[in-house]
Ligand binder design. Structure first.
Ligand SMILES: Cc1cc2nc3c(=O)[nH]c(=O)nc-3n(C[C@H](O)[C@H](O)[C@H](O)COP(=O)(O)OP(=O)(O)OC[C@H]3O[C@@H](n4cnc5c(N)ncnc54)[C@H](O)[C@@H]3O)c2cc1C
Length: 387
């Protein structure tokens, strides 16, 4: 077993360090507080070839795998500059089109998306279905001429209005009419400016550069050219894209956790209130040491999941466990770091409390940790389904 990174992987992992020399945490935070997309940073990432990391070279990408995407996203999160739009766009949407799209779709969308000239969002969540994606009711109603009319609602869609296209998970057969509950799903590439689409921002109490939207589809006209993969068989593709999302959710948490701990160690080594730096107190050291251990364990699990994914081996168990471990470790790491800063931890100047909402978010989204526990209990351990 070899745990070392190749020279290229090391470069990918360390990319965040060079990016943050120009676009650092304060640049990210300034944009996050205004809910403004960091266009300049995104353009730089695109120019450096990282948006199309998982897109085949023939379509403008780098043709690399999940491990490389994980290293890239963990590396930028290590510097406190994560982008959710890279998870939903660069990974969940673009790599799906690269893998399952038609030749025409790949030529049309991918080279421009790799250059950063067009962006994708990913839309599955619905207000009435929530976690139970099987119950989504957004319907691409097929007509006799082979076209579809898309109607329904999606919610909490990251970066929707700022994106040019959405990869929309819809039903082409309602869940009440299918034989198997996973039948009848279809993935559509939808132009976000098409007639029949309305979007409303959802104000969320967390500083993020990406805005979340509710989207309404009212008889949006789609053709076979908008369908990714087979009509009615979209669930198989969806299933393939959920593991990467969990792996990258984990990467964001381990990275932010490391960033918080780096800041805490610097501070605790300098701050003296009695006779020694506060970092000498075991009461501060031990929670940090524990958090560091949990972060590195979660990161290892995420790498194993990414390796399995790249080798076409089942990775559902590892991807879910990595996301669970990373979200808990990230929260612990930020909390232990915050304690080191005393009152300063809650100020804008030190920016430590600001890290908390993002790591806490990952306990709920993209999938809540209760569902992750359910998956592990049922599919990894063989316990009965609980819901
Ligand atoms: C900032 C943000 C960005 C997002 N971005 C996107 C995006 O880009 N695209 C997209 O499609 N979606 C996105 N989402 C939606 C996100 O994936 C959902 O919010 C999440 O999956 C939870 O669904 P829900 O909010 O409907 O919660 P609900 O389904 O209402 O669940 C509420 C709570 O009930 C519990 N629960 C539910 N089911 C079970 C069960 N079976 N067993 C035990 N407990 C259970 C969990 O604790 C859960 O947190 C985003 C959400 C947020 C907040």
């Amino acid at each position: 077993m070899d745990f070392s990174l190749t020279q290229e992987q090391t470069m990918i992992y360390e990319y965040g360090q060079s990016l943050s020399k120009t676009f650092d945490r304060s640049y990210w935070m300034e944009n996050a507080e205004k809910h403004r997309f960091p266009e300049e940073m995104y353009a730089q990432i695109a120019a450096d070839g990282f948006i199309g990391l998982m897109v085949p070279e023939a379509y403008g990408g780098s043709g690399l795998g999940m491990m490389d995407m994980l290293l890239f996203q963990e590396g930028i999160a290590n510097e406190g500059i994560p982008l959710l739009s890279l998870v939903v766009g660069a990974c969940m949407s673009m790599s799906v089109i690269g893998e399952y799209g038609t030749e025409e779709q790949k030529q049309t969308y991918l080279p421009a998306a790799c250059k950063g000239d067009l962006r994708f969002c990913f839309a599955i969540t619905e207000p009435d279905a929530g976690t139970n994606s099987i119950r989504i009711s957004t319907l691409g109603k097929p007509s006799a001429d082979g076209r579809f009319k898309l109607s329904g609602r999606k919610t909490y869609i990251t970066d929707a209005a700022e994106s040019d296209y959405a990869l929309v998970v819809a039903r082409t057969t309602p869940h009440t009419e299918v034989e198997r509950k996973t039948d009848g799903f279809t993935l559509f590439i939808v132009d976000t400016r098409a007639p029949g689409i309305e979007m409303h921002p959802i104000p969320v109490s967390i500083a993020l550069p990406e805005v979340q939207y509710q989207i309404f589809f009212d008889d949006v006209d789609l053709g076979p050219e908008n369908v990714v993969g087979e009509v009615g068989r979209g669930f198989d593709i969806l299933f393939q894209s959920l593991n990467p999302e969990r792996i990258l959710g984990g990467a964001v948490c381990t990275g932010i956790g490391r960033y918080a701990m780096k800041k805490a160690v610097e501070y605790a080594n300098e701050r003296v209130v009695f006779n020694a730096p506060i970092g000498a107190y075991q009461a501060l050291q031990h929670p940090l040491a524990r958090a560091k251990t949990d972060i590195e364990m979660a990161a290892l699990l995420a790498r194993k999941a990414a390796w399995l994914f790249d080798n076409d081996l089942p990775c559902g168990g590892e991807a879910n466990m990595a996301k669970l471990a990373a979200s808990e470790a990230g929260i612990k790491a930020v909390d232990a770091s915050l304690q080191c800063f005393g009152g300063n931890g809650f100020t804008k100047e030190y920016g430590i409390f600001d890290l908390y909402p993002l790591v806490r978010l990952t306990k709920t989204a993209p999938i809540n940790n209760e569902m992750i526990h359910n998956y592990i209990a049922e599919h990894v351990m063989g316990l009965p389904r609980s819901y």
